[in-house]
Structure formats: structure tokens, C-alpha cells
Design a protein around this ligand. Structure first.
Ligand code: BYC
Length: 323
């Protein structure tokens, strides 16, 4: 995923007793802190997952930013702006937490802008109508919360602490998305149709946010052992489906999965097969908006050069004044 071995999670020749003590600490539910000894592969796995997460928060602003100028009222515009600003904040907390692992923001940013680092597949889909903003809040933030609440208990201290505040804000985002959908679903026929089309567009990509199925997930086993992840991809996906289907029913909308069915025996919904070819295609860079998203981030970075230069100059001036 990254060049120069920033995150290729191969372990070194680490002493067995240190590895055993590290695992025992994790098993005792003690947090690992930046100055603690940790296996190189643990550090790299965290850099990979946390940086992908931070990049997702930053790129995730783009599909929503698309609707700032066209939000249907001043109130809606203010709420949307506040939400987008929250996402920037989430990115910054997680970048800062990642820096405690010995990488710099510049390195991480460089990995994103050169296309070496991944970000969540979901943000490569377009937001075609105002209802898509509702669907993003309801489904995308809903999926994010399902994934992130367990991360409040992840074994790495700085990551777990950053997640606590993020989850509070994400809950508000999810509620505002559901409220947009509620208003549309109870509105005119055209509005309800618009809400249904948004659900049709975002349902399957939201399920893909949880990652490949457990049998294809290459990192889950080790990450569960290290308690970086607390649930597998399929477990979280199932929890999301079970929580969200009744919400769709409450809206009077239909989940676009003909195989979706409540299973009395398991106490869960059975669901249809996810199109994994689509998922792989999107994470390889061939989704509907991958190129547009990267161009937007590169442009923002280039146009922000003067801000970085001014900040550096200010810092240098302060230092020379103090000397
Ligand atoms: N998109 O072995 P696996 C948000 C990659 S929400 C792209 O299961 P892992 C937000 C994976 O990186 C979204 N790539 O991996 C919400 C790996 O590739 P590499 C961000 C994906 O790490 C609303 C390969 O597939 N949330 O930010 O054990 C508004 C094999 O997967 C995806 C997070 O990042 C995907 N959907 O499990 C604004 C949460 N899924 O690295 C913003 C933290 C998998 O080997 N992350 N891949 O090249 C996680 O919980 C885990 O990293 C995942 C994947 C569950 C996503």
C-alpha cells in the first residue's frame, strides 16, 4: 500500500519475551501508549488503518461539499457546513494520533496525494441529489458509527481516545441524515421517490464500507488478536443491516435487496451477495469519482501552499525574536 515500507506490516526479529509481554498487556485490556514498546508490525498496521481512516474523513468532505451551494434552505446549509467542518476535525485528530507512531503529516499526506494510500471506497460515489446528502448522513455515517464505536476500545491509546469524541459527533451526523430522509419520505411523491433512489444508490456501497468478507480479509485475524479491531468486517456489517432495515421500514422505503429476509432462527437479517467485483474495482481507483476526488485534494494542497509557507515564516520569525 505504501512506498518505503511505511506500513507493510512485516514483523522484525523481535525478542520472544517482549512479544509475549506485549500480548499479555493487550489481553489484560491495558492500552498501548506511544512510548511503550510495540512490535513493528503492530505499529505499521496502526499507521495503515489510522491513516486510511484520517484520509477518509478528509476526502469524505468532498461529496457533501458538492451540496453546500444548493442546500434547500439557509438552515440546511448551516447544518451541512457544520458537519463538513466536523469531518475536517476528525481527520486532524486521527492524523495527530497517527503522528504519535513516528510518521509525519507530510509523509501521510504525500501517500494520499500520490495515490499510494487508500481511503474509504464510499467516497468515490457521487451525490446526485439532495436526498443523497440525507442518505450519506443516515447510511454512511451510520456505518461509520457501527465501525467506530468499538474502536473507542481499540488497544492503542491515542486512537481510542480520538474515537470517543468522533463518535459523539458522528451520532449527530447520522441523526441529521435520517431527519433529511424523514422529511423527504413524508413529503410529496417526487420527494419520496428521490429518497428511495438515494437509498438504492447508497445501500450496497455502504455495506462495502465494512471491508471484504471475513474469508477474504487479510488483516482481520491479526488485528483482532491485537485488539485493534474488536469485531470482524462481517460481524459489523450484520449489526449495521440489523439496525438499519427497521429504520428504512419506518421511513416507508424499500431496501434494494430482494433477498433480504428476517431469519427467526438466527435473529438476524439474511441478505443478498455483495458485488465484490465492484468493491475491488473502486478500491483499485476505477470507481465513478476516484479521479475527481484525487484532483480536488491535489488542487486544495497546491492552492494551500501559501498558507503553509506563511505559517512556517511566522514560526521562524517568532523563533528568531525569542533568540
Ligand atoms: N475502502 O484486510 P482488510 C468515515 C482495504 S468512514 C477502501 O479487511 P482491515 C466518514 C484494506 O485497507 C470510513 N479500502 O483490512 C464517514 C486492505 O487494503 P491494504 C473510514 C478498504 O484494515 C462519514 C484491504 O482492503 N473508516 O471516515 O483489517 C463522513 C483488505 O481489507 C475498505 C475507517 O477507516 C474500504 N471500504 O479492515 C465522513 C475505520 N475496506 O491496506 C467520513 C477504520 C477494506 O492491505 N478502519 N479496505 O492495502 C477499519 O476499521 C478497517 O481498516 C476496515 C478494513 C474495516 C475498513
Amino acid at each position: 500500500m505504501y512506498s518505503q515500507g511505511l506500513t507493510d506490516a512485516k514483523g522484525g526479529d523481535e525478542p520472544a519475551e517482549l512479544l509475549a509481554e506485549f500480548q499479555a498487556k493487550i489481553d489484560r485490556e491495558e492500552k498501548i501508549e506511544p512510548r511503550d514498546w510495540m512490535p513493528e508490525a503492530y505499529r505499521k498496521t496502526l499507521i495503515r488503518q489510522m491513516s486510511q481512516h484520517a484520509h477518509s474523513e478528509i476526502v469524505g468532505q468532498l461529496p457533501e461539499g458538492n451540496w453546500v451551494t444548493r442546500a434547500p434552505s439557509l438552515k440546511r446549509k448551516m447544518i451541512l457546513l457544520a458537519k463538513i467542518q466536523d469531518e475536517a476535525g476528525h481527520g486532524l485528530y486521527i492524523y495527530s494520533a497517527t503522528e504519535t507512531l513516528g510518521v509525519t503529516r507530510d509523509q501521510l499526506n504525500d501517500e494520499l496525494l500520490t495515490g499510494k494510500a487508500k481511503y474509504s471506497s464510499i467516497f468515490n460515489y457521487p451525490t446526485l441529489s439532495w436526498a443523497d446528502i440525507g442518505a450519506v448522513g443516515w447510511l454512511v455515517d451510520g456505518a461509520a458509527i457501527m465501525n467506530q464505536v468499538p474502536l473507542c476500545r481499540t488497544s492503542y491509546g491515542p486512537y481510542s481516545r480520538s474515537m470517543i469524541r468522533i463518535c459523539k459527533e458522528e451520532s449527530f451526523h447520522q441523526r441529521q441524515g435520517y431527519e433529511i430522509m424523514t422529511v423527504l419520505a413524508r413529503g410529496s411523491k417526487e420527494q419520496k421517490d428521490m429518497a428511495q433512489r438515494a437509498l438504492n444508490r447508497f445501500w450496497w456501497p455502504s455495506l462495502m464500507m465494512f471491508g471484504p468478507s471475513d474469508k477474504d480479509s487479510k488483516h482481520s485475524e491479526q488485528s483482532m488478536k491485537w485488539k485493534i479491531k474488536r469485531f470482524t468486517n462481517d460481524e459489523l456489517r450484520q449489526k449495521f443491516i440489523d439496525a438499519t432495515v427497521p429504520q428504512a421500514e419506518h421511513l416507508g422505503l424499500t431496501v434494494p435487496d430482494p433477498e433480504l429476509k428476517w431469519n427467526e432462527q438466527t435473529g438476524h437479517y439474511d441478505h443478498g451477495e455483495i458485488d465484490w467485483n465492484e468493491f475491488v474495482n473502486v478500491i483499485k481507483g476505477n470507481g465513478p469519482c476516484n479521479k475527481e476526488r484525487m484532483q480536488a485534494r491535489i488542487k486544495a494542497h497546491e492552492e494551500g501552499a501559501w498558507v503553509r509557507e506563511a505559517a512556517q515564516q511566522y514560526h521562524a520569525n517568532k523563533k528568531s525574536e525569542a533568540a
